[in-house]
Design a protein around this ligand. Sequence first.
Ligand code: ADP
Ligand code: ADP
Ligand code: ZN
Length: 216
Amino acid sequence: MHKINLILLGPPGAGKGTQADRISEIYGIPHISTGDIFRENLKKGSELGLRAKEYMDRGELVPDEVVIGIVHDRLAEPDCERGFVLDGFPRTVAQADALKEMLAGTGRGIDHVLNIRVPDEVVVERLTARRTCRACGAIYHLVFNPPKEEGRCDSCGGELYVRDDDREETVRARLEEYEAKTQPLIAYYRGEGLLRDIEGDADMEAVLANIRKVLG
Ligand code: ADP
Ligand code: ADP
Ligand code: ZN
């Protein structure tokens, strides 16, 4: 199978994690979520996790130098030789520049940037009813993607919880961060000819079908 390097862009709640899981399965490439990496580190109580938590709890972005180092190390792992789907990275122009540099020596850049578009009201509705598996990170929604058994993960039986940053006040702060710091990446990647708009305000299967059309 040929290699494919993808970025999923979009506001919090756009469905990046949900679609990245499916893309990962279909195309056999690792799903790399910087948010998941921070939450795993926090669970272990590592210094990185504690440092990231300060920012995450306020709905702010973790400083670029912290995030860039993590992604640099992750992309050096052997499973990324087959490609990857990045979910939640890059989130700033500095991160996008750093990513370009990381890939420069590999002979293969980014193939597509999928920009998942959803209105702000939808974001709030999705995030306030999101449930996340504490053990494996699987993503559920109380209405749109409920687990078979309340409070339990279908795939691993782990406990489902509400992320601290999914409370409405924090969601608003995250949306502001998105607009100020991440939205400029739309023009950045459009300028490179890599941007593909995906209508995200549709059911999960329809969004996936649109993505597959772009990826071929
Ligand atoms: P992101 O990673 O962009 O923050 P998620 O994939 O975690 O987004 O999705 C946010 C919430 O919305 C989750 O509860 C998820 O189950 C739900 N969700 C994702 N895609 C859709 C969709 N197309 N329609 C309805 N709900 C969705
Ligand atoms: P969502 O899926 O809802 O968009 P994430 O799990 O991707 O949320 O991110 C949660 C939080 O982790 C962010 O609000 C931010 O504090 C931090 N974070 C994740 N990725 C990055 C990144 N690339 N740069 C800076 N902070 C990040
Ligand atoms: Zn689970």
